[in-house]
Design a protein around this ligand. Sequence first.
Ligand code: AMP
Ligand code: ZN
Ligand code: FE
Ligand code: FE
Length: 281
Amino acid sequence: MIDLHTHTTCSDGTDTPRELINKALSQGIDVLAITDHDTTSGWSDARKAIRGDIELVLGAEISCLTHDGISVHMLGLLFDENNSPMQMLLEETRDGRIPRMKKMIELMRAEGMNISMADVEAAMPPGATLGRPHLADALVKNGVIASRDEAFQGLLNNDSRFYVSHAAPTPEEAISVIRSAGGVAIIAHAFASHRGQILGAQDFQGLCDAGLNAIEVNHRDHSVSEREMLRAIAIEQNLVITGSSDYHGNGKLNSLGENSTDLEQWLRLESQANARRVVKA
Ligand code: AMP
Ligand code: ZN
Ligand code: FE
Ligand code: FE
């Protein structure tokens, strides 16, 4: 089983990298990618925790915005951790999340909601990439809402009046930096229409020109018809097709390995990185 998209306590997941690797081992996952939002801070702990036969793929999920303001998540796998443009891109995106969070909190406070930046900081593991799930956790703690899931269906949805976007690269910029750093770029849950505005099929040509390697087709946020449309684009553009869980520990309903990538697709994707960076014990 090959799962190419998961999160840890280094962003908005609830398992540490070690806990996640142990869980993957016990569930018979053969290849596991760790893709925290806008950071590589979990990579060293993940390397230390690896044991048994599991193959570890280190990556990150980069939050992007198109010129039209559409949110796109780009998975970068197998890039060189020491590549400066890559680390700068991740750092700028992380930095943009702080003023954005403050604005969201201001909008909520203006409507009399019980929430502060200190509450959100208390809800976040030290050093994690700050995100809406931490705001959701603080709102749960303050009794404003019942769960992360409820938050994302209302208050914290992309279409909510409290939603604020943050400074982020365009998807083309992210692809180009991932590729220059020797990695491979996969567009994550591109047609997850319930999250907010999504790309159109016509937008993929520009992504391919920038060097896109793969499309995440099998993901719980895609309906059967959305998967069909993405599969057709991938075949037409000769892109690799992936599937993954987007596991977040108990922060989300997604269970580890609930969607997976075929071995032949994975081998093709891995061969497109500029060096062999899969980590083994
Ligand atoms: P942000 O990166 O701050 O814009 O927040 C987006 C994050 O929230 C993404 O990583 C999603 O995985 C997460 N998310 C989206 N919907 C849900 C949900 N229903 N429950 C928990 N987390 C969610
Ligand atoms: Zn997340
Ligand atoms: Fe995502
Ligand atoms: Fe994700």
